[in-house]
Design a protein around this ligand. Sequence first.
Ligand SMILES: [Zn+2]
Ligand SMILES: [Zn+2]
Ligand SMILES: [Zn+2]
Length: 773
Amino acid sequence: MTRQRLRLTLSGVVQGVGFRPFIYRLARSLALGGWIVNAPHGVIVEIEGAPEALQAFLARLPDEKPAHALITALDQREIPPCGELTFEIRHSQLEGEKTALILPDLATCADCLRELFDPSDRRYRYPFINCTHCGPRYSVILSLPYDRPNTTMRAFALCPACRAEYDDPLDRRFHAQPTACPHCGPQLAAWSARGKVLAEREEALQLAEKALRDGQIVALKGLGGFQLLCDARNAESVRALRLRKQRPEKPFAVMLPDLETAQQLCFVDEQEAALLTSAAAPIVLLKRRTTELAETVAPHNPYLGVMLPYTPLHHLLMRDLGFPIVATSGNLSGEPICIDEFEALARLGRIADIFLVHNRPIARAVDDSVACIALGKPLLLRRARGYAPLPVPVPSGTSLPPLIAVGAHQKNTLAIAEAERLILSQHIGDLENAESERAFSQTLRDLAHMHAVQPRLIVCDAHPDYLSTRHAEQLAIEQAVPLLRVQHHHAHALACMAENAIRPPFLAVVWDGTGYGTDGTIWGGEFLQVTAQAFKRIGTWRAFPLIGGEAAAREPRRSALGALWQMYGCALPEWLSDLPTLRAFSAAELSILRQALQRGLNAPYTSSVGRLFDAVASLLDLNQRMSFEGQAAMRLEFAALEAAPNTDESYPFEVTTITTVNGESVRIIDYAQVFEAIMREWRQGVSVADIARRFHQTLCAVILAQARAAALERVALCGGCFQNRLLLAGAVAALRRADFVPFWSAQVPPNDGGIAYGQAIAARRAFDHKEQA
Ligand SMILES: [Zn+2]
Ligand SMILES: [Zn+2]
Ligand SMILES: [Zn+2]
């Protein structure tokens, strides 16, 4: 009988997902000999036997692989047979390149859940139960390859029972690195806000549950960091949490006991249910059905951010409590999430009444992800737990130089890339304070260490004053490599292009809050013609002054006043005297601001659509001062959802074409007519909802008009404004009706959380260009 032997090298997500036991069982079922081993770049398999059996092995491999496994490359070579008759799993190799992909943390699987609540199981009510199909991954890995000594579980020696499962290739816990049981694994403790141990194990859990029932605030050490919890039905508790966390109005997410409760409180369609119960288990924005929960959970908001229990600890807590709880990141507003219990005592000691902690260290902060269903598919708004650090798509045939991209300023993420592999970090946050700056530096070091990339290029935003830019400049000097600065809106466009595999040339509609333009003004309402090598700004909104610069971003009344100034100058028409925007200022404030405008003091010009949303919200008196980013735009979107049916007409708008100094023509869209119509209708008593709806319709009409003028079939809708589902759906429908092909970001947030992704893609093109030159 002829025998053949093959050596296979597989890369992708092939560690920590039950891949080796799967190969073991497959090889044995086909009577093949050989071995499998985890290597830093993936797994290596040698199989030997009859040629037909080898063929069957290769055919069944892709179809039957474990649910969470992802094979990105398979190299196959024939080698001389050596007569091996049995198959075995070998110890991991430590040498070699670190290119294996790291899996995100996965929600508790059905098998573990059954054991958790089975009184006869040895892990009954054990808050750290997990197996090869579920449990912590990214939040416990210290380095590759993914083996227990390289995780934060290394301090816990396996007991004989756990060891037997761990060593048995046919067991669900074979090489489940974080596996543990009540005898050998991590344990809970309840601490007072001063760090005094109040109770341990089951008693600690009960104490925390009692505190929640009594209306207290609990800081819980979760999977990727601390969460702050309180009874979502108790208005007093929610108010106390808002006060102590310094988060007056921004919506809180809630954790509900089960899908049925979610369906009682909110409208949940099939896709939303699938997203809620997925292994990633993000916070999903759902339309509210009732106002049963405290209004202060998400004030003036028709949606609720809902998540289901995703760790055994959450399952125990929610099953015992049986009521909705607020579950928000364990931090002070604007700061990164806490991961260490001693640090948490210091930072959250004034917020929480009691701490429910445990002794399994968290390797890195990974926040809860936030998503919604838009146009029939999941749209990520914050990409972290459950998604990071999975790779993001790279256009086929692209090979990236080894690089680090540092992202923007708000909703910061980082990217690291080499060849066809592009890893986007978890959400870090706004780089506003020393704490987030520290989180940024830590994540930067962590990414470079985990993936062992030696960058040949650093990429950053074109904004000279971003903290991320300054870090990048420093890093480029330290590493003695070039620095590439990528224009903000170009990066947005390239992220959308790479995710959707859009072939250039295409039109990118990039609308967001702010980004540094190539002319030094603040961009944010751009139409870019993107080609394989560059971009051209072919359209934009008429710019207006942002009175007070940064302050304007927090006060919609300032955006509105700036736009009115641009329309009318000093002399506002008489009929505007009772406008809410003007009434939102005192007479003294108005006179100071007028002088500032006349002299052009601290009033940079912007074409931002985000600020136009703010301005309209101010004209309609929906919001004059914001307590969180995006608040005014959200109020306007929600108002529009209440519009009478058939409110589908739009306002007239003017477009003028100007020629720049370079001889290029740019179409300028004027909001003046739109604003005038809005103010007239408001005075006539037309409902705010109808006006808000017509404003959205107008924006869609503008996009369509620009698409026609650009005459490019493919249109990318990108930037933070397209988190607005009404705008996204309206623009997509308008474009499709006119035979354009619209694209939008979904797997990677359309907001600045996707900037690092676009920067990395831009770097590839810049490099190609330079090396050819
Ligand atoms: Zn499991
Ligand atoms: Zn054990
Ligand atoms: Zn942006």
